[in-house]
Write a protein that binds this ligand. Sequence first.
Ligand SMILES: [Mg+2]
Length: 369
Amino acid sequence: MKITSVEVQPISQVVNPKYAIVSAAGAQPESHYAVVAIRTDDGHTGYGEATVVPGWSGESQITATAFIRDLLTPLLIGRDPLHIRELADLLDRHLIENPFTKAAVEMALLDVAGKALGVPVNVLLGGPRRPPEIALKFSIGAFPPPEAGRVARAAKDMGLKAVKVKVALGLEGDIARLEAVREAVGKDFRVAVDANGGWRESDAQAMLPHLERLRVNCIEQPLPRGDFRGCARLRRRTLIPIMLDESVFTRQQALEAIREEACDIISIYPGKNGGLLRSIDIASMAASAGLRCTIGSNLEMDLGTAAMLHVAVAAAGLAGTVDHDIIGPLYYDQHFTRTPIRFENGCAVVPDGPGLGVDFEAAQSAYTE
Ligand SMILES: [Mg+2]
């Protein structure tokens, strides 16, 4: 089997304004994507999604499209799409960083390989280690307290058993928002916080008694990207698990987090890690060090969400006590796949068809008919 063409197209969506995320990293009223299609000489097509936010990874629709079209496509034409590790290494050698761009290409390779072999992508990752229902937490923006309480109740009404609340926009406001959420969901609901690197170490320390009082079950990225030692110090002051998200994009950063004993949990997902295989690698490293992983999110469409679910079901050491952010499609009214991701009982369900298991091609042709 040989790759005969690679195409890339931009897609944008407005986030449902009821849920649009506001965090210490800024607001996200709309989302932008570059979707890759890889076609082979035996008639298969695989799709992948680059979920691009310049302030997050330094990538945009323009950079993703240009790199895929001008730089990566010539490397792929004529190659066997089943040689996925070899091709992923090739992409890394020719383009540093740009993880979401490279993940879109690798996602499309895995999709086309799975379709050609008639197996779901998670089988190509070593097969499922757990049931296909992955427990979710809904992300609540840094809204005023009554609004945060309303969204938390809406999440509970959707059947979710957990939320995470964006914090680090002022300590008093953070505490009031968390109190409103706790009040809205009751004492047994799982509530995490995500500071998106917005606290100073002294802020985080000042918040610890309140986070403990409000039964917060995880503190995500309390300190700025790269401050592994600060997180290690914070970790020694509390029993609440510390999660790193922005600080761990690559396997090298995961290794540094492990060496510095900077966290209990690493947030992984294909876009941020530069592909599904890289996410699986980081999960294996974390598990070897006695850590756990959760699946993070950049508000993917169904395509990118399917990739996250295949990782979630196959990865070593997935956290059971802290839930996962496989929630992108819940933020949009429009879906570009004919078989959207299923959400049931507070869980997202791993698609079981060949490849990524979402019928992107059929929906595409329906839109253009
Ligand atoms: Mg995060």
